[in-house]
Design a protein around this ligand. Structure first.
Ligand code: SF4
Ligand code: SF4
Length: 82
């Protein structure tokens, strides 16, 4: 897979972590995804890896990845609360 660079960098340590306030999380449909990498580039927290794994410690649930995905392969699903 070709190398892609996110436009931003995650803020390290606890100051960059999301905590428990996120209300939606992205779920990637690997069948629909064409591996274009736009979600990696646009995520403002650089929370999506080259393997399209979302690091939920840093994902803010903003939905930019889902909005930018040309294949509509990312669904924002509501977080479960205990
Ligand atoms: S929802 Fe926002 S923060 Fe989370 S992976 Fe998508 S673009 Fe990044
Ligand atoms: S933007 Fe959509 S199609 Fe492109 S890599 Fe991300 S999930 Fe896959």
């Amino acid at each position: 897979m070709r190398e892609r660079l996110a436009l931003s960098r995650p803020v390290g340590a606890s100051s960059g972590k999301t905590g428990s306030w996120r209300t939606f999380r992205p779920v990637v449909d690997s069948e629909a995804c064409n591996a274009c990498g736009l979600c990696i580039l646009y995520c403002p927290d650089a929370a999506i890896s080259e393997d399209l794994e979302v690091d939920l410690d840093f994902c803010k649930g903003c939905g930019i990845c889902a909005n930018e995905c040309p294949k509509k392969a990312i669904e924002m699903v509501r977080e479960e609360r205990d």
